[in-house]
Write a protein that binds this ligand. Sequence first.
Ligand SMILES: Nc1ncnc2c1ncn2[C@@H]1O[C@H](COP(=O)(O)OP(=O)(O)OP(=O)(O)O)[C@@H](O)[C@H]1O
Length: 882
Amino acid sequence: MSKNKLKTEKPESKKAKATPAPNPEVLKKDKEADVKVKELVKDERTHKVMGVFFLLLSIYCFIAFTSYIFSWEEDFDKVNRYSTRELFFGDVSVDNLLGRLGAFVSHGFFYNGFGIASYLFCYFFFIIGVNFIVGRRVFRVWRNVKYILFGLLFISMSMSFLSFGAEFPFGGAVGNALTKWTSGFVGKTGTALLLLVLGFSWLIWKFNFDFKWPESKPKPPKPVPVPAAAVSPIVPAAEQPLTSPQQKSNGLKDNAGVMVIPPTAEEEEEELPPMQLVEKEDITVIPAHHAPVVPLSAPEPEHLTLEDDEDYTEEELAAAGPLLYIDESVEKARDLDLPAEPPSRKKNNTDEVAFEIKPTYSDEEDEGEEIVPVREAVPVDPYDPSLDLSNYRFPGLDLLENHNADKVIVQDTTELEKNKNQIIDTLKNYDISIQKISATVGPTVTLYEIVPAAGVRISRIKNLEDDIALSLSALGIRIIAPIPGKGTIGIEVPNVKKSIVSLKALLASEKFQNSTMDLPIAIGKKIDNENFIADLAKMPHLLMAGATGQGKSVGINTLLVSLLYKKHPSQLKFVLVDPKKVELSLYKLIEKHFLAKLPGEDDAIITDTKKVIHTLNALCIEMDLRYDLLKEAGTRNIREYNSKFTQRRLNPQKGHRYLPFIVLVVDEFADLIMTAGKEVEMPIARLAQLARAVGIHLIIATQRPSVNIITGTIKANFPARIAFKVSSKIDSRTILDIGGAEQLIGQGDMLVSFNGELVRLQCAFVDTPEVESVAEFIGNQKGYPDAFLLPEYVDDKDPDGRELSLSDRDPLFEEAAQVIVQTQQGSTSLLQRRMKLGYNRAGRLMDQLEAAGIVGPNMGSKAREVLVKTDADLQEILNDLL
Ligand SMILES: Nc1ncnc2c1ncn2[C@@H]1O[C@H](COP(=O)(O)OP(=O)(O)OP(=O)(O)O)[C@@H](O)[C@H]1O
């Protein structure tokens, strides 16, 4: 093969593959001669040398300039008198600390140049030096050059102007010339003004001050005049349409000068409008709950006085509309013309309860007058769901092991060097020259990052992936060409000495401890040793696959234990499905704290396929019920719902309850699909599609990531996926949509595909005894009386569930009848919510109630008529049925 031919040959992969491997010796000589100078200029070492040079130059100039300030007078004549030649070769002694050169250079810069402004050159050399040494643009050169040029002219001119007549060359020759010309042109005053304009322009450009004329303060709102004793009606702030949404969103203005509603913490977090600089004095901010409030839609209530009030029952009072509430602060505020202290709120919608009502006695009691009880709305603390288990202690980190993870394993530098050279040589064999190579040592693998020489196509390296891996002859090599977002090529080579990543270290990390995520899971460490902690709630479901023995079970334990370290039993429930029967059995101990199960089940950990189907369907019912609750509460997700509930704005009497997150863990999904197929797939797909907003999240693991198990429907709904080592590239593609997982080295080495990124991680390790001790620690504490009960699911195909006749009434028949008669609402969904039932069972109950003459016939979308009006009548019917 001739030299020319080789040179013109296009580096296309097919051609490259078709031709026999080129002789490295021949190639080396040809290419090296050609690209030597270019390579030298591009070589990172050249850059480093340049960097050091500029840094030292910057320091040199700085010292010389500073010394010049003190020695210029002595050296002036010598430097001025002698020629450059004399300065280099003569024996004149100067006072400048940096000798003749120092004196000469500083004289040049100061006297003949820019005076004091010459220090900007030190800065310039410094940024150039740093950029060269670090190898990237730490400082933006062109922007700095612009500032420096402006600074040189402006400072030298101002210094020269201000120091007019001084001997020291404050402004240098340039400054003097500029001042002279300008003074002649616009006069001295004009020059001064010009300098001021320039100076201010620069400051404004740089800092963009906000000049605002202070406006007169809007008058704070007057409290609504209320009769007798500063009584102010109370309505929920949520119902005050005093600001338009727009006013609200752009931060706080109110035309009427009445009040400004700052966004709630959540709104701030979620949909902050672009920040605007607003002068504090400009507006008066009155938080919504501080503003005096007026009833808006409700008719003017009859103000309750003592006499009105004393015989009222709690229900009558609630029905009477907005409460009146004596608030001294309103009175004071009126006197002082200030906004009032927060008035308490009271619902006028039975769904929202904000305050407890407590009779108190007015001060007049002391004066011996008739005791005048007045009703006062007493703010109630937010509902704390953890109060049922208020003494619950979170497991401590001492229950976990270090696994020698704190021993830093120092990577052998000779090994690094050897691998690096081998990579360079291998690439050279394929006629690929490189500009730069760097290594990042991770816990399991080291990433060698390569910048190919100019002109080398990345696609070519990608096509040679297999050959390169073969030449490097190490197990578990993965080539990432290019590394997304970087334009470099990564080659991951397994470390000879691997380090274990202990879960303890991850849980102790600040990132985990301070995390405010809903469901933080500590997964592992990235190649750059950064902890990978993610929010399961955002994932929102996770699919895990890996051949047997590659770290899946450890992975599941890692996720579960991380959640146990961060969540209170009231906030989180697990539904554990373990067809292998052994993997998750450890968690039995925490049944009464963290597990959920079907009513009537003994064991919370589900191992039987039929029960799995029931449980999955029960979860679907729970999801639907939660959606109903969310809808009724006017909230979009579990976060908003729970926050409204904890603020006591939702009425538990109407079926509202605090909703814990539910995490469904399926340890061996393949097994279930093989035995139950669609019956399992459908509810899983439904949950995966819809359940995230209501706080139900899925973690599904499988040994066999084949397409008939991880179907399109499943895959489409699991955007976050984890692959441990799998046995083939096809498996890797099934789980991650890309090869690579077959190249992993096992023992927790994994690839995580999340947010469109593929990251290689070493999974955190937690051993079975550790999980056991954490479970024991929790299990030994006081728990709830039972596991969290999922709604009942009755299988339609189940012959036991199909009987509808009155002689074989549902066990819940009596309870359902009572609910219907007490509420006088013949609604199936009411039964579902109140009794936590599935639609089918509630529907069947309703049919039985109809048969018993308690409710009327089905009226389509409307509720059925309730035919029995009182409890006594119902009791009669029930007695007859016995
Ligand atoms: N993150 C890890 N760090 C270190 N070693 C690990 C890690 N994960 C797993 N291992 C090692 O691999 C072994 C097998 O892991 P594990 O039991 O989790 O595999 P598996 O994929 O669940 O296997 P199977 O499917 O057969 O249950 C563990 O006993 C442990 O020695």
